[in-house]
Write a protein that binds this ligand. Structure first.
Ligand code: NAD
Length: 321
C-alpha cells in the first residue's frame, strides 16, 4: 500500500496542506496518509523542531507532502527543511513555472552550495562555505539532462563562474555532460539569466543551477505566473521524494484563510505522478484551471475566495468528472 506522510509544518502550511490532502484522499482513498509534526511550533512546544524519530517516519513513507516551516533567524536554530533534504538525500529540487506561451523547469541542486551547512559565526565574523563537488554536480546535471530529453531538449546552465571558483567547476562539469548527452545547451551568468527569464520566458526549457541561485531564481520567476502561491516543487533523491510548495510559511497572512492553495495542490499532483498516477496530476491541473476560469480566485490573484473555499471548488470540479 502507498503510504504518504503529511507534514503541515507552520503558518499557512496548516491551511494549504489540508486542502491538498482532501484532494489526494478523494483521488486515492486507498493510500494510507499519516501526519508527521515538525517545525518551529514544535520547537516552541518541545525544544526540538525535528527528531531522529521524525526522520525515520518520513523515510518510512513512499512520498511526503510538505507544507512549509518557519526558520527563525537564530544562531543556534537548525533549519528543518535543510535537515530533511540532507537526511533523505533529496538532491534534485524541481520547480516548474508554466504560463501562457512558456513552460520552464528549474532544476536546483539541493544539498550543496551555500546551503551545505558548513558555517561559523562569532561576534565579528561569519562564514558560510560554498561547496560544489564533482559527484553533486554530475548527479544534478544528469537529472536535468534526463528531464530536458523528455521535454523540448534544451538545457540552460546558470552560474557565476566569472567570480566564483566553485562555479567554474559546476559550469565545466555541466557543459561537458551536456555535450556528451548531445542535447542543445547554453550557459549564462545567473544575474543576467534572472532578467532574461523574465523578459524572454519562452526561450527557456530546463534551467540547472546551484542551490541558492535556484532558490532565488524560482521565487523571481514566479512573478511571471502571479506569485508564490502558484508554484509547486518536487525534492527527489534516489530513495525518497518530498513535494512542497515553493513558498514558505507566510506568517504575514497565516491563520486568515487567504493563502492560495494552488501551489500545494500542484505539489500533490506531482506527488501522484511520482507514485505512478500521471492522470491524477492532469486531473488536478484541469480542475484548478476550470475553477479559475469561473472567476473563483484567492486574494493574491485579485479575487476574494478563501483558501478552504477554493479547495472546495476544486473538489467539486473533481467530483463532477
Ligand atoms: P514566504 O514564501 O513565506 O512569503 C513571501 C510572500 O509571499 C509573503 O508576502 C506571503 O504572504 C506571500 N505568499 C507566500 N505563499 C503564499 C500563498 N500560498 N498565497 C498567497 N501569498 C503567499 O517567504 P518569507 O516571508 O520569506 O518566509 C516566511 C518563513 O517561511 C520564514 O521563516 C522562512 O524561513 C520560511 N520558508 C520556509 C520554506 C520551506 O519550508 N520550504 C521555504 C521558504 C521560506
Amino acid at each position: 500500500m502507498t503510504r504518504v506522510a503529511i507534514v503541515e509544518g507552520d503558518g499557512i502550511g496548516h491551511e494549504v496542506i489540508p486542502v491538498a490532502r482532501k484532494v489526494l484522499e478523494l483521488l486515492h482513498p486507498e493510500y494510507e496518509y499519516f501526519p508527521v509534526e515538525v517545525g518551529y511550533h514544535r520547537w516552541e512546544m518541545t525544544g526540538c523542531p525535528c527528531a531522529d524519530r521524525d526522520i525515520a517516519d518520513l523515510k518510512s513513507a513512499d512520498a511526503i507532502l510538505f507544507g512549509a516551516v518557519t526558520t527563525p533567524p537564530m544562531k543556534d536554530y537548525q533549519s528543518v527543511v535543510l535537515r530533511i533534504r540532507k537526511a533523505l538525500d533529496l538532491f534534485a529540487n524541481l520547480r516548474p513555472v508554466k504560463g501562457t506561451g512558456f513552460d520552464i523547469m528549474i532544476v536546483r541542486e539541493n544539498t550543496e552550495g551555500l546551503y551545505s551547512g558548513s558555517e561559523e559565526i562569532s561576534d565579528d565574523r561569519a562564514t558560510t562555505l560554498r561547496v560544489v563537488t564533482r559527484e553533486g554536480t554530475e548527479r544534478i546535471v544528469r537529472s536535468a539532462i534526463r528531464l530536458a530529453k523528455q521535454r523540448r531538449g534544451k538545457l540552460t546552465i546558470g552560474h557565476k563562474a566569472n567570480v566564483l571558483k566553485s562555479d567554474v567547476l559546476f559550469r565545466d562539469i555541466c557543459l561537458a555532460e551536456s555535450k556528451a548527452a548531445g542535447i542543445s545547451y547554453n550557459d549564462k551568468f545567473i544575474d543576467a539569466l534572472a532578467l532574461d527569464v523574465l523578459q524572454h520566458p519562452a526561450s527557456y526549457d530546463v534551467i540547472v543551477t546551484t542551490n541558492i541561485f535556484g532558490d532565488i531564481l524560482s521565487d523571481t520567476t514566479s512573478y511571471l505566473v502571479g506569485g508564490l502561491g502558484l508554484i509547486p516543487s518536487a525534492n527527489i533523491g534516489d530513495c525518497y521524494a518530498l513535494f512542497e510548495p515553493v513558498h514558505g510559511s507566510a506568517p504575514d497572512i497565516a491563520g486568515r484563510n487567504i493563502a492560495n492553495p494552488i501551489a500545494a495542490l500542484r505539489s500533490a499532483g506531482m506527488l501522484l505522478a511520482y507514485c505512478g498516477d500521471s492522470i491524477g496530476l492532469d486531473r488536478i491541473e484541469s480542475a484548478i484551471q476550470e475553477v479559475l476560469a469561473t472567476g473563483i480566485k484567492t486574494r493574491d490573484l485579485g479575487g476574494s475566495t478563501g483558501t478552504r473555499e477554493f479547495g472546495d471548488a476544486v473538489l467539486h470540479m473533481l467530483h463532477r468528472k
